[in-house]
Design a protein around this ligand. Structure first.
Ligand code: 6PG
Length: 466
């Protein structure tokens, strides 16, 4: 009998199962595709702990009770289909874990439906891509606390480690795990957008070639900007293209695709009333990038200022600081959303634990997360990172560079929407007085929507003079 079951033997599933076996647990896979089943048997042969079947009865029969069955299948209807097909064969007390990027309300629905049937359901975000699944991902599980103890030893063994600490923890009830993974992806979108803007400004504003871009990002990766995304960015600039013998990055079409998790983060932030403009604009830029044909036409219609080059040393200093500043702002927004969602949906999230399990394994892992963990440990109910004394100096030291760079982008026609949204968010969040009193006046003027006053309590309406 096997310790762990996995449905979906695509690259992620195959890698995850081999990771489970490497860590001393036996694992059984299931996929409708016989080729994938055979491939896994061949790959896992030496491990003597792996087997697979394309027969669901055989799969379920081979698992120790309570059965722990993880699904690594595309989000959506397929998840419901797999659950339906498992139900006739499994027993009360068994555990189904959805490891995909399911929308959190789908997870709530599935969890409630399965609870009635005595089945435990977990939504567990898994981050780190195919390599992470093989060598150690960051795992974000949410569901029944008492059932978690059955999956905890396996998840702790297979997850990435940061200074020996596993990058997995029980996060909360219901869809807490999927929600946290959704916001992880929103932050991922934000950081990726910012990195692409810095690439653009270095290239256009400082004439950096791919070798210089490679070495600059590599240098940053050994400093305070150390992160998976900065690291892979540096490596991307080095990659040669077999077809043209130039650099591959220069041949890649500038239209970014998306599977929806960043958009969901933005949409839900709007529902909660929490501003996450650095994430919003990252989604908008992917949408704008997709309008390539229109962009080509518009480019021919309008002039763009010719770029005044900046001294390379100065540009490198500004970009390093601006990227660090805007990374902080993007994490602040995502974590602010999590703190609010925790109250709204009853997740009871511990933000320091989330930051802790993001320190390794996941796509947004970064040196910065160690500082973020400490900030939330010191003040668990911190609404926003910008209010943490641990971050005030970091922000003060870098915001000036962000200002200078955003101005440089505006003057030279280099679009820096992620950077400028991060800066504007900072300027607005740190303003004790905003001009929105005027909006209240306008609302009351045309719609009698009423307003409050600074100098006295109450709700007021004025008969405005025409
Ligand atoms: C991860 C990633 C992953 C996501 C991809 C693609 O944490 O491993 O977030 O879950 O699917 O990054 O996302 P997009 O196609 O939306 O860019």
């Amino acid at each position: 009998m096997y310790d762990f079951g996995l449905v979906g033997l695509g690259v992620m599933g195959q890698n995850f199962i081999l990771n489970v076996a490497d860590n001393g647990f036996s694992a059984y896979g299931y996929d409708l595709d016989d080729e994938k089943v055979e491939a896994l048997k061949t790959l896992g042969g030496d491990l003597d702990k792996v087997s697979a079947s394309s027969n669901i009865k055989t799969f379920v029969k081979n698992l120790k009770q309570p059965r722990k069955i993880m699904l690594l299948v595309p989000a959506g209807k397929i998840v419901d289909g797999v659950i339906e097909s498992l139900l006739p064969h499994i027993d009360k007390g068994d555990i189904i874990i959805d490891g995909g990027n399911s929308f959190f309300t789908d997870t709530d629905r599935r969890e409630a439906d399965l609870q009635v049937k005595g089945i435990n359901f977990f939504g567990a975000g898994v981050s780190g891509g195919a390599k992470g699944a093989r060598r150690g991902p960051s795992i974000m599980p949410g569901g029944s606390k008492s059932a978690y103890e059955h999956i905890q030893p396996i998840f702790e063994a297979v997850s990435a480690k940061y200074n020996g600490e596993p990058c997995v923890a029980y996060l909360g009830p219901k869809s807490a795990g999927n929600y946290v993974k959704m916001v992880h992806n929103g932050i991922e979108y934000g950081l990726m957008q910012l990195t692409s803007e810095i690439y653009d400004v270095l290239k256009k504003g400082g004439d950096y070639d791919n070798d210089e871009l490679h070495s600059t990002f590599a240098k940053w990766n050994s400093g305070r900007l150390q992160s998976f995304l900065v690291e892979i960015t540096s490596e991307i600039f080095e990659q040669e293209d077999d077809l043209t013998k130039g650099r591959l990055v220069d041949q890649i079409l500038d239209k970014a695709k998306q599977k929806g998790t960043g958009k969901w983060t933005s949409q839900n932030a709007m529902d909660l009333g929490i501003p996450v403009p650095s994430i919003d604009v990252a989604v908008s830029m992917r949408e704008l990038s997709a309008l390539k044909d229109e962009r080509i036409k518009a480019d021919a219609l309008y002039d763009r200022p010719s770029v005044t080059h900046m001294d390379k040393e100065k540009l490198e200093e500004l970009t390093e600081k601006a990227l660090y500043f805007s990374f902080i702002i993007t994490y602040s927004q995502g974590l602010h959303q999590l703190a609010d969602a925790s109250k709204e949906y009853g997740y009871d999230l511990d933000i320091s634990v989330i930051a802790k399990i993001w320190r390794a394994g996941c796509i947004i892992r970064a040196g910065l997360l160690a500082d973020i963990t400490e900030a939330f440990k010191a003040e668990p109910s911190l609404p926003n990172l910008l209010l943490s004394p641990n971050f005030v100096d970091k922000v003060k030291e870098t915001v000036g560079a962000a200002r200078e760079l955003v101005a440089f982008g505006a003057q030279n026609g280099i679009p820096l929407p992620g950077l400028s949204n991060s800066l504007t968010y900072f300027d607005a969040y740190t303003s004790s007085k905003l001009p929105l009193n005027l909006i209240q006046a306008q609302r009351d003027y045309f719609g009698s929507h009423t307003y409050e006053r600074l100098d006295r309590e109450g709700i007021f309406h004025t008969e405005w003079e025409d």
